[in-house]
Design a protein around this ligand. Structure first.
Ligand code: DAH
Length: 341
């Protein structure tokens, strides 16, 4: 029995718990009702009287040591738990970085285009996305039967009088000329809508930038120089442009503008389909009928206008082959423009 008592005393001394729950388990095992101490007390009843004195003392010693040890351990553990709970973070530690957003490629290109024309003295003009027939078609010299008015291309909101989603930013030209007297120099970015099936090269919502310059004596040569300057600013000093005769109801003469392919340097590649040229916009001299519709005297004033698709320019600039990527907002795509200007 003395060996048992000594063994328990040794256990009490060596006991090194990590948590308060271990202390409680230990207390139950040693001092609990069915614990080791009570067992020994039972045994003690039947020991020989001559041994009772020594064993009794040892049993008492076990009881007090165990009780004291358990009490101190309890205090120690609750003190560390309290210290942990009130632990203050190291304020000098660098914080965890939160991910910064970046501009959408369409915004990047839009801003860049606007910035080039701002340097030429243009100011930004905007207009409503929901328009009437006058500003989108009639004032722009569209004959009543023109196919662009067809239900297939235009999203109509109301018929008679027609209210629709603008199909191009040329409507802002009209609104500006109605409001302002020449000289006028505006650049008009905005969203446009067309009833088209979505594919890698077409979308029902896209962005255009319109330009308009009206003053006395504005010529086609001015238009050409302005656009050449623009092409060099956007695609690099080596960029060249060419103009091909075209037709738009609101300009006469009209032209389609191509820029030399910046990927192959004009030699011909699969992006420019072997031609060395990429189509970037439509332009022309503002038709006198359009000036008249906006109460500007075509005898006194002349001007030029141009319009381009932002998605198209962005595709050419960044070599993006599928227009839908601009609308899906897949971060794997967007992150590639993090460091772009
Ligand atoms: N509005 C035309 C379009 O949506 C683009 C355009 C062409 C605008 C020639 C112009 C222009 O101002 O002169 O396709």
């Amino acid at each position: 029995m003395i060996d048992k008592i000594n063994e328990l005393l040794r256990q009490v001394e060596e006991f090194k718990p990590k948590a308060a729950s271990e202390v409680e388990e230990f207390r139950i095992r040693i001092l609990g009702k069915k614990g080791a101490l009570n067992h020994l007390m039972e045994e003690f009843k039947s020991v020989a009287p001559e041994l009772k004195r020594e064993l009794g003392q040892q049993l008492n010693k076990l009881k007090t040591t165990a009780t004291e040890r358990i009490n101190t351990l309890r205090e120690e553990l609750s003190a560390t738990a309290a210290a942990e709970a009130s632990h203050v973070e190291d304020m000098t530690r660098p914080g965890s970085a939160s991910e910064l957003g970046s501009r959408h490629p369409i915004s990047l290109v839009r801003n860049q285009i606007v910035e080039v024309f701002t340097r030429l003295g243009y100011t930004v003009a905007e207009g409503p996305e929901i328009e009437d027939d006058w500003h989108v078609f009639s004032a722009l010299n569209f004959p009543p039967e023109h196919p662009a008015r067809d239900m297939q291309d235009t999203f109509f909101i109301e018929k008679n009088p027609d209210i629709l989603l603008r199909t191009h930013t040329s409507s802002i030209q009209v609104r500006t000329m109605e409001r302002q007297k020449p000289p006028i120099r505006v650049i008009c970015p905005g969203r446009v809508f067309r009833n088209e099936a979505i594919s890698y090269r077409a979308h029902c919502i896209f962005h255009q930038i319109e330009g308009l310059y009206i003053d006395e004596g504005v010529s086609f040569a001015d238009l050409k120089q302005s656009l050449l300057y623009f092409a060099k600013e956007l695609f690099g000093e080596q960029a060249r442009i060419r103009m091909r005769p075209s037709y738009f109801p609101f300009t006469e003469p009209s032209a389609e503008v191509d820029v030399s392919c910046n990927l192959c340097g004009g030699k011909g590649c699969n992006v420019c389909k072997g031609t060395g040229w990429l189509e970037i916009m439509g332009c022309g001299m503002v038709d006198p009928n359009v000036l008249r519709s906006c109460n500007i005297d075509p005898e006194k004033y002349s001007g030029f206008a141009f319009g381009m698709g932002v998605e198209r320019i962005a595709m050419l600039k960044y070599g993006v082959k599928d227009l839908r990527l601009y609308f899906e907002n897949d971060v794997r795509f967007l992150h590639q423009f993090d460091s772009a200007l």
